[in-house]
Design a protein around this ligand. Sequence first.
Ligand SMILES: Nc1ncnc2c1ncn2[C@@H]1O[C@H](COP(=O)(O)OP(=O)(O)OP(=O)(O)O)[C@@H](O)[C@H]1O
Ligand SMILES: [Mg+2]
Length: 239
Amino acid sequence: MTEARPTPDHDPQPQYRLQRVERRYERGGVAVLAVHDLDLEIDAGDFLSIQGPSGSGKTTLLQLLGALDSPTSGSIFFEGQELGQVSDHVLTGIRAERVGFVFQQFNLLPTLTAVENVAIAMVPLKVKSEERRKRAVELLGQVGLAARTEHLPSRLSGGEQQRVAIARALANHPRVIMADEPTGNLDSQNATEIMALLGRLQCDTSVTVVVATHDPEVARHSQRQIVMRDGTVVSDART
Ligand SMILES: Nc1ncnc2c1ncn2[C@@H]1O[C@H](COP(=O)(O)OP(=O)(O)OP(=O)(O)O)[C@@H](O)[C@H]1O
Ligand SMILES: [Mg+2]
């Protein structure tokens, strides 16, 4: 009898596979296990939220997934590569080209307009100036800001600033968006709109979206809800 094989157009490998991941910090001679005993698989195109109280390890996990940090033990496979086994050069490439980051504080450059804030993200990939601007304008259109391209961040609302940050995160065609408390500085209506936008982008572009939040109302918008406590996953549900 022949073994069943996956069809060629179906990729059976998850985008992420985390095995026994631990991230330990030393603080004043005391070890803090920010993340431990963490096993997780994430498929390409998942829209995932990570909930949990303050200090439960959400940001640490996002940083590990985004190759900004490395586990102190265990392994993280991303698109078939073990992050702990590749060179710094490869990690830099992964961060620049395959992952987009969105933060609670938006982190826009205050002296640059919306379109410049998005365009500047393409500089490291050596995209030509006119091309950068063209793509930045398109991305701002995608996030509903076609009429705000020349505004400075100080002239935009919090929700609008976060849309610019999302457009910037998409600039280099990432495979994953990591959003750490993206609605933490927004009122509930803007929070709902930002989550709806992330859901629409995930649907339209198949980018994987991972959102860390302490807010169950925000997490409700995702398709898969993970809850962390004390550095590890305690529940994982699909809606
Ligand atoms: N650089 C660091 N040095 C020492 N301890 C750290 C460091 N970063 C995080 N920790 C500790 O690791 C644990 C997890 O922190 P983390 O920031 O991942 O939690 P979080 O779930 O994102 O919390 P919050 O909801 O407040 O953002 C906490 O106990 C934190 O104090
Ligand atoms: Mg955090």
